[in-house]
Ligand binder design. Structure first.
Ligand SMILES: Cc1cc2nc3c(=O)[nH]c(=O)nc-3n(C[C@H](O)[C@H](O)[C@H](O)COP(=O)(O)O)c2cc1C
Length: 244
């Protein structure tokens, strides 16, 4: 068992040896009988979760206070349970704690962001960003104690250079990142999904293979004591739900 895996994890999560998506078998059915919870309990859980999730905010001002690293690993493990096209799990999460690597990422991101904010984004995009109060300074990358850099595996790449197509990569990684943000929030941590554009520098700084494309940088930690967030309005349920 790896020293980063909690003792209570199921054996499949710790098995060593070559990984296959279905134990090497083309199709192997397994019984699935999750405990059914009473409607009353279900309603209570759903309402509680809805309130908790409504409290989540994107944080851009972080305290340098450390966070338990196992919480980050557990959140990443939660994200990695996400559904994915053909169960290809086309994601890599790079957990960056090293301050020097975070400094290099910040420097490269700020270089790109300066060009973007100075006009590359175009007036329509800049106007959309204005209510958020963001700019090209990305102190969160060095203030937060950790960054989770998410990569999409655009295709499978074997050790011998063989390639195999991956399906629904954008959708799969988007869902996994949503689960990551949820796990971090429910574990009591704050995060920002940051998408510097272009992001090619992330693969270079972190030395990722050619089949991986950066998806987002996620600084994680606790909000700074004087943290402020834009006073945003979320659409009401009526505005996003159509019932037929
Ligand atoms: C795909 C994606 C990319 C984002 N990129 C950035 C970014 O580059 N910089 C930033 O400050 N916020 C970024 N955000 C955060 C959004 O601005 C934020 O989620 C939105 O304003 C709503 O605020 P909330 O998360 O507090 O509800 C991004 C969010 C998503 C989903």
């Amino acid at each position: 068992m790896s020293d980063t895996t909690p003792a209570s994890m199921p054996p499949s999560a710790t098995a060593s040896g070559p990984w296959t998506p279905t134990h090497g078998a083309p199709y192997r059915p397994a019984p699935y009988r999750p405990e059914r919870i009473a409607a009353e309990e279900s309603l209570e859980r759903a309402a509680r979760l809805r309130r908790r999730m409504d409290e989540r905010r994107t944080v851009r001002a972080f305290s340098p206070d450390p966070v338990p690293e196992q919480v980050l690993r557990d959140a990443i493990a939660c994200a990695a349970t996400a559904p994915s096209g053909a169960h290809q799990q086309p994601w890599t999460f790079v957990l960056v704690k090293d301050p020097e690597v975070r400094r290099r990422i910040r420097e490269a991101a700020e270089h790109e962001e300066k060009v973007s904010y100075d006009g590359r984004l175009g007036e329509e995009w800049l106007a959309a960003l204005r209510p958020l109060g963001t700019d090209a300074v990305k102190a969160h990358m060095t203030d937060a104690p950790a960054l989770i850099v998410v990569f999409q595996q655009r295709y499978w790449l074997g050790e011998d250079g063989a390639k195999r197509k991956h399906y629904y990569v954008d959708e799969s990684v988007g869902i996994a990142v949503g689960m990551l943000l949820t796990a971090l929030h429910l574990s009591g941590l704050a995060a920002l999904i940051h998408t510097p554009s272009p992001m090619r520098f992330l693969g270079e700084v972190l030395n990722r293979p050619e089949n991986e494309k950066a998806f987002a940088v996620i600084p994680v930690g606790h909000p700074a004591e004087d943290c402020e967030v834009p006073d945003l309005v979320r659409k009401s349920l009526d505005q996003v739900l159509v019932e037929i």
